[in-house]
Design a protein around this ligand. Structure first.
Ligand SMILES: C[S@@+](CC[C@H](N)C(=O)[O-])C[C@H]1O[C@@H](n2cnc3c(N)ncnc32)[C@H](O)[C@@H]1O
Length: 209
């Protein structure tokens, strides 16, 4: 696994513009099979950020810090949680290289165990983009921290278009079952209204009723 930017890039760090760097992060993700948000989903997410102007965002699932840095680049303060050490290190490096250390707080922890680290804050947006099997647990754990007019955005609702009948392994079928159950949980939720958008990999936007 190589760094997302070369040594030469690092030397020229102060001259790297944001779009070049984001492009490199995207290339790195592709080369190393790191799942980051799709372009269409990202455009939608950033549009929500521009309309909503959240002061503080909580992201579950940092990976290399791509979506977190993009949102921070819009002026938000982003708390993002990652449990994988390599991803965490990569994210920290990227955030630093982008000069966003004041705006992106990367928390190295399993999100199911990180509540105490962020419970003092109120979030205007929560972006759920980590282990699909835990989506309902993430939602239940962190939705109490959402501001009254805040929104919860969930990525990968369509799970790359994989349908139950096409799923070859038991694990995959289990995952799809959990994602379907999360969809029902959102749509039947007495406290939240949810719309699922058929763009990117499927994005759900939930607001309080
Ligand atoms: C889809 S990627 C996140 C992509 C990122 N939001 C982006 O678009 O740039 C999911 C990440 O969540 C992390 N993850 C999965 N389950 C997690 C958990 N329970 N707690 C924290 N991180 C988790 C994975 O290690 C992975 O890096």
């Amino acid at each position: 696994m190589s760094l997302p930017i070369s040594d030469d890039d690092l030397k020229r760090m102060n001259n790297i513009n944001f779009s070049d760097y984001f492009l490199k992060m995207k290339e790195y993700a592709k080369e190393n099979n790191v799942p980051i948000i799709q372009d269409e989903g990202l455009a939608f997410l950033l549009t929500l950020v521009r309309i909503k102007k959240p002061i503080r965002i909580l992201e579950i699932g940092t990976a290399i810090g791509y979506s977190a840095s993009m949102m921070a680049n819009e002026g938000c303060l982003v708390y993002t949680i990652e449990r994988d050490a390599k991803m965490y290190e990569q994210a920290m490096l990227n955030v630093e290289n982008l000069g966003l250390s004041d705006k992106v707080k990367v928390i190295f922890k399993d999100a199911l165990e990180a509540f105490d680290l962020v419970k003092e804050y109120e979030f205007d947006m929560i972006f759920i983009d980590a282990a699909k099997a835990q989506y309902t647990n993430f939602f239940n754990l962190y939705s109490p921290l959402l501001s009254p007019t805040g929104i919860i955005v969930t990525d990968n609702m369509l799970f790359h278009g994989v349908k139950m009948e096409d799923a070859k392994t038991r694990a995959l079928r289990g995952l799809i079952r959990k994602l379907n159950s999360y969809t029902n949980f959102l749509l039947d939720n007495p406290n939240f209204k949810t719309t699922i958008f058929n763009l990117g990999d499927g994005i759900a936007v939930s607001t309080r009723r």
